[in-house]
Ligand binder design. Structure first.
Ligand code: FAD
Length: 501
């Protein structure tokens, strides 16, 4: 049989949240000759949170040919240079650090100096080992500059976005429909299978049947098709990551809109602050095993200075983990239905994008057979596990002792082999980046991101007490480095000026 003969004629996406509509747009762009329908329920809403992204959202928009000037104003979107982590460490000088998205200037000019200084700091020399002075996007964030350089700046700068997730869903729905995707409203009551064990159709609440050759499960935490009908095994990350709930509420936006997400550690979790053009989105991600939803809401209100209860709060539960196989038989799951890692690094949409675009490539390369199913599942699992390890590391090396929650996190021994090795190479000292590469430990995050996290929390041995402690020569004049970054910064505009409102 030729590959063309096997290409699915009909694809049904079940679920109209961000994952479903992202999948619809990508499929509509790549498989123009396929009949694509998206089913969503008017009775079951979308999760309606998830307002921060990594640079992958830009890759998505580039791939589907949508301009920032079109989608950003429609979704109250702002630019994101990275994330500030505040109060995760109480070590003097390390109470806060910034995790920037990468800029080309970092690798070429400034990150070598950072690694040089942290290597020396691991040997007890008193060098400048805080990550903030070494990254261009940290500097531009401190100056409230957006991440779009002038045309004559010859270096690439990666960035993400903040956006209203409800508006983004509506926008993506409109685009997908204009590209020929058929939108259907209805609630699935039953999933019917072929005798081969493949999915055949879904029955809706009006008793009609919708059949397809291939199914995309975007039904959220329920995972109706993959975990429900196909009984995919679910691997919980509960032992690695304790948070399982969130409480969310908005506050008014400030006049100067910061180009960053802020993550502040609270008593039993952390609070996000995400700037949109019309409001801040705030949420407290916590473990309901340590505090009640009421306590979490009160603490978030205090943190935000919302002393009255005028602003309504939304409470959410989170299921943290992933399926063992994201693609099985004639079904692939995208979004919460495939898994979710708590939102500390805002990675969910990036994982959704990787899954759908990786699936399209693997399915095409395999001539529309399941030839590359195993390799694809392995690749997506590695991405999920890489993100999980990076997030677990935040909790493992936290430097707080004010609650059982933080102490239990620091004492947690449920760490992957990869994370154990990364921590080993950090604490052992030496060339951290080289050790990560030679031991095959570079996955979802680059060594500079790991170093940023570990150095950002001030996880260093004590300084040497002998006279050599001040004699280390970093080979890099920090004043020159700061001046270089400042001069690069002259190529960027104020964030507020970049926003169309
Ligand atoms: C607290 C929290 C914070 C988050 N923060 C971020 C963040 O900063 N960045 C980020 O990238 N992600 C974040 N996420 C994740 C993000 O919200 C989701 O990945 C994203 O919204 C995609 O969700 P979804 O489309 O998979 O599911 P949903 O939005 O839940 O959509 C599910 C869809 O399935 C449909 N459905 C369900 N059952 C049926 C049925 N029986 N019949 C028919 N249709 C059905 C529903 O109608 C709905 O359309 C966060 C998540 C949480 C919980």
């Amino acid at each position: 049989m030729t590959s063309a003969a096997k290409k699915p004629k009909k694809v049904l996406i079940v679920g109209g949240g961000t994952a479903g509509w992202m999948a619809a747009n990508l499929l509509a762009v790549h498989w123009r000759d396929v009949d694509i329908s998206l089913l969503e329920s008017s009775d079951i809403g979308i999760i309606g949170v998830g307002e921060g992204s990594t640079p992958h959202l830009k890759f998505f928009f580039d791939e589907v040919g949508i301009d920032e000037s079109d989608w950003m104003p429609r979704c109250n979107a702002t630019y994101k240079n990275g994330i500030t982590f505040a109060n995760w460490s109480l070590i003097p000088g390390f109470e806060s650090y910034f995790h920037p998205f990468p800029a080309q200037t970092d690798d070429i000019f400034t990150v070598p100096a950072f690694f040089n200084n942290i290597n020396a700091r691991m040997q007890g020399y008193n060098t400048n080992a805080h990550p903030d002075p070494y990254f261009l996007e940290t500097y531009i964030t401190q100056q409230n500059l957006g991440p779009i350089p002038t045309e004559n700046f010859p270096f690439g700068v990666a960035y993400g976005y903040h956006f209203d997730s409800g508006l983004l869903g509506q926008y993506l729905a409109e685009k997908a429909i204009s590209r020929g995707v058929n939108r259907i409203f209805g609630t699935v009551t039953e999933v019917l299978m072929h005798p081969t064990g493949e999915l055949a159709s879904v029955r809706l609440d009006d008793d009609s049947l919708l059949s397809a050759d291939f199914f995309i499960d975007c039904s959220g935490f329920k995972s109706l098709l993959l975990q429900g009908a196909l009984k995919a095994t679910y691997i919980s990350f509960k032992e690695n990551l304790f948070n399982n709930a969130a409480v969310v509420m908005p506050t008014p936006i400030s006049e100067i809109i910061p180009p960053e997400t802020k993550s502040t550690a609270l008593s039993n979790g952390w609070a996000w602050k995400i700037p949109l053009t019309n409001r801040y989105g705030n949420g407290y991600v916590y473990s309901a095993d340590y505090i009640t939803p009421e306590q979490a809401e009160t603490e978030l209100r205090q943190h935000l200075g919302l002393l009255d209860n005028d602003v309504a709060a939304r409470h959410l539960q989170m299921k943290v983990g992933r399926v063992e196989k994201h693609w099985e038989k004639n079904c692939v799951a995208i979004g919460l239905s495939q898994g979710f890692i708590e939102p500390l690094e805002a990675t969910a949409l990036a994982l959704s994008f990787n899954t759908i675009s990786g699936f399209i490539k693997s399915y095409e390369q395999g001539g529309y057979t399941n030839q590359f199913e195993d390799a694809f599942n392995k690749e997506i699992n590695a991405r999920f596990d890489g993100v999980r390890d990076y997030i677990v590391c935040h909790y493992k090396v936290n430097q707080r002792t004010d609650s059982e929650y933080w102490k239990d996190n620091a004492a947690n021994t449920h760490l992957s082999e990869t994370l154990n090795q990364i921590l080993h190479f950090w604490y052992r000292g030496g060339d951290f980046a080289k050790n990560m590469y030679t031991n095959n430990l570079v996955g979802s995050y680059q060594p500079k991101s790991w170093a940023c996290l570990l150095a950002g929390y001030g996880v260093f041995p004590p300084l040497r007490s002998d006279e050599k402690s001040t004699q280390f020569k970093s080979g890099q004049d920090m004043t020159q480095l700061a001046d270089f970054i400042r001069r690069c910064g002259l190529n960027f505009k104020k964030h507020n000026e970049l926003l169309i409102r």
